[in-house]
Design a protein around this ligand. Structure first.
Ligand SMILES: O=C(O)CCC(=O)C(=O)O
Length: 264
């Protein structure tokens, strides 16, 4: 695949490796924004992927009859291949290869919606706490808001340099085993950097960078589309112990299991 030339400067690359995040003013073309929003709203409106366990409430107990506090869809491009056609995908891959190495590849996507007026906060966490405890990762998330992202509607906050930390212990949000979302046990956010963005801008963060997004206190929805890129993961001789997954009883898992059994 011929990729657009990535335009990160040596200073930007050095900034990412030092701070664990990077701000890109524009990743998604202005002309693609309205289309991207339309596709995004369509799949959230239809709760696409719910039966398979791929649509759920990241911050709540995920009961069918209650509106989700923080709706999330895993692998949205599977349901809306329009996302694969966005030029931002190729651009993000080219940028990521500058940051992680030429063997970096797209490893998945997800979307997190903060509904107008009540979308919940995304608590402080490191992404790797969600992943395989037996693997070592060299990975980033490219986070793109499809409207302006502000401190009021839930832009990202990062703790500079935290990508160099060990993976910290996490627990389900609110210590509720029915909740899929994770929160770090302890963190001092006093040195955090807030990263507001224009629509179609992006932040890139390392898979260990400690990050947070506030609740949506505005009258508009906050849409974020996230692509994950990584180099091939390496198996750890001494796996971590992600005990926070072991006591989990989410309805998302139950739906995923039932769906698998139905498929045979
Ligand atoms: O969009 C959000 O609220 C949080 C995003 C996030 O945690 C991530 O992209 O890793």
């Amino acid at each position: 695949m011929s990729l657009p030339k990535s335009n990160l400067t040596p200073e930007e690359i050095a900034f990412f490796h030092r701070e664990g995040y990077l701000v890109i003013d524009r990743l998604l073309e202005e002309s693609e924004l309205a289309f991207a929003r339309e596709v995004y709203d369509r799949i959230f409106e239809a709760r696409t992927g719910r039966e398979e366990g791929n649509e759920f409430d990241l911050a709540g107990a995920d009961e069918d009859e209650k509106p989700a506090a923080l709706p999330q869809i895993l692998s949205p491009a599977r349901y809306a291949p329009e996302f694969e056609t966005l030029k931002a995908r190729e651009r993000a891959l080219a940028i990521t290869r500058q940051l992680l190495g030429e063997d970096a590849f797209f490893s998945g996507d997800h979307a997190i919606l903060k509904p107008a007026g009540y979308g919940a906060e995304t608590p402080w966490h490191q992404d790797e706490a969600y992943w395989d405890e037996a693997s070592h990762y060299n990975a980033v998330s490219v986070w793109i808001p499809f409207q302006e992202a502000t401190q009021e509607n839930g832009c990202l906050h990062f703790i500079p340099g935290s990508h160099l930390w060990e993976l910290k212990p996490h627990h389900p949000i609110g210590n509720d085993p029915r909740v899929h979302g994770l929160e770090v046990d302890e963190v001092d956010p006093s040195g955090a950097v807030v990263c507001p963005l224009k629509a179609g801008g992006a932040t890139i963060h390392h898979s260990r960078t400690m990050h947070y997004a506030g609740p949506n206190r505005t009258q508009g929805v906050r849409r974020a589309y996230i692509m994950v890129f990584q180099t091939p993961a390496r198996k750890l001789e001494q796996p971590h112990d992600f005990y926070w997954w072991k006591s989990r009883t989410t309805t998302r898992e139950k739906r995923a299991q039932a769906y698998k059994e139905k498929q045979g």
